[in-house]
Structure formats: structure tokens, C-alpha cells
Ligand binder design. Sequence first.
Ligand SMILES: N[C@@H](CC(=O)c1ccccc1NC=O)C(=O)O
Length: 257
Amino acid sequence: MLAKINNFEIDLSKPIDISIPLTNTDENPIAWYIEKPTIEPVVFGEWIGKVSEGKSSTNFNNIFFNPHGHGTHTECLGHITNNFYSINQALKQFFFVAQLITIEPEKLGDDLVITKNQVEKAINAWTSSAKTEALIIRTIPNQKEKKSRKYSNTNPPYVSEEAAIFIRESEIQHLLIDLPSVDKEHDEGKLLAHKAFWNVKDTLHLNSDARLNATITEMIFVPNEIADGNYLLNLQIASFENDASPSKPILYSVLFF
Ligand SMILES: N[C@@H](CC(=O)c1ccccc1NC=O)C(=O)O
């Protein structure tokens, strides 16, 4: 099915899913020192919520997982504030003009960093008639193994504060990235990129110009065959009242006319 939106067209029958599936197997990616998710049938005495066990008419699983540590998730500034802010209140629209860029983070001492210069160059390489609302960053190298990587204590690449300020000043509302965090793993809670992107100046007393409706989506996976450029993004979350929710970002190629 083709849909015409303003000056472009998308094919709804050709979604590009850039989420990572959540499983209870060793295939599941893990960050932040936790164990893999569990998906287990409910048990009431003899009764097991698993059809193949022969006692129940339905499969009826409990799931234990962590949105930040177990895969693709979308978070709002409530991830870093003293007061509670919910992603389900922050994200009320779900389609955005998006730009996919690819960056090889630069070595800085023992770190790999996505710099302002890299982001600026990559964004400027593509111009479109529609304003970019969502920026999707694919980092290289980009092996499939990323979908099950164990990130704890590996010091993954991160976004520099200057790059995050540049992204905010470019009026990008939604930032998506294939890393477990936009910030350095061990940063003593500085969270410079998170704060810069959300414009949070004090996590104890939120400034009035903090970006309540801006979101960060982490641990996406964008296959290599998907080219850099403009897309329509459908960013969907589950309706959790929590700082973050597992999410399902979907891209559609756009044909401008
Ligand atoms: N870098 C932070 C920790 C951190 O960023 C974090 C910790 C647990 C779960 C998620 C985190 N950040 C996600 O973006 C620190 O060292 O305090």
C-alpha cells in the first residue's frame, strides 16, 4: 500500500525494522551488568501456563526484562531526573521525518567518540525538502553480532557533549543510536550527552526549557544494506508509564516528488 504524505510517498508494505528482538536466550544483547531476560510460564501448583505441558489451554508467560539493558528502547529525560517523567507522556506522535547517517567513532585515548564534526558532516551530506525530526546514527563497524553483544564493562563508543549540543541545536527531537548509551559507560554519572540533548541543566530541579518531548532510542540495529539518507520513521513504544519502554522503530524509504 502506497501512502502520500506532503511531498513524498512511502510504501507501507516495505517496513525496515531497526529494533532488536527481545528473547530469553543467550542471543539477547545485554548492557549494564544484568543477566539475560527471563520468559517463563506462570505456575499455579500443578497448573503450568504452557500448552505443550498439557495442562493449560493457553501459553501464559511472565516476562522479566530491563528496558535499558536488554535491547531497543526509547527513553525520555525521566531517565536522568530526580522527579518522575514518563516516556508514555513524552512521546505522543509516532511518525517523523528521519535521516540515517553512518559514523565511525574516533579514537580519543581509550575511548571511541562520535564527534560534532562527524555528525555535522554526515547531516550536511544529505539535504531534503522536509525538516529532519529524527536522527538515526549507525556506527561502524556494524556486524550482525551487535544484535547479541554483551556490552557490560566494554567501554562502548559514545556521543560527545558537543555533538549532542549540535544535534539539539539542529532541532532534532528524536535521536536513535545502535549503542547502549549516548554517554560513556563509566562516567561518574556525568551523563553529558543525555543532559545536552535534553537540555537538562539540573537533574534535581528541571529547567523550564528542558526538552520534555525529546527522546533517545538506544540499541537499535540498522542492517548494512540500508543506505544512508532520508526515511519516514514510525517510532512505537509499549505504553509503559516509566522513564523508558521497549520500542519498535520502523523506517520507510521515501520517494520525494
Ligand atoms: N554512565 C553512568 C551509568 C549509566 O549511564 C547507566 C547506568 C545504568 C543504566 C543505564 C545507564 N545509562 C543509559 O543510557 C554512570 O557511570 O553513572
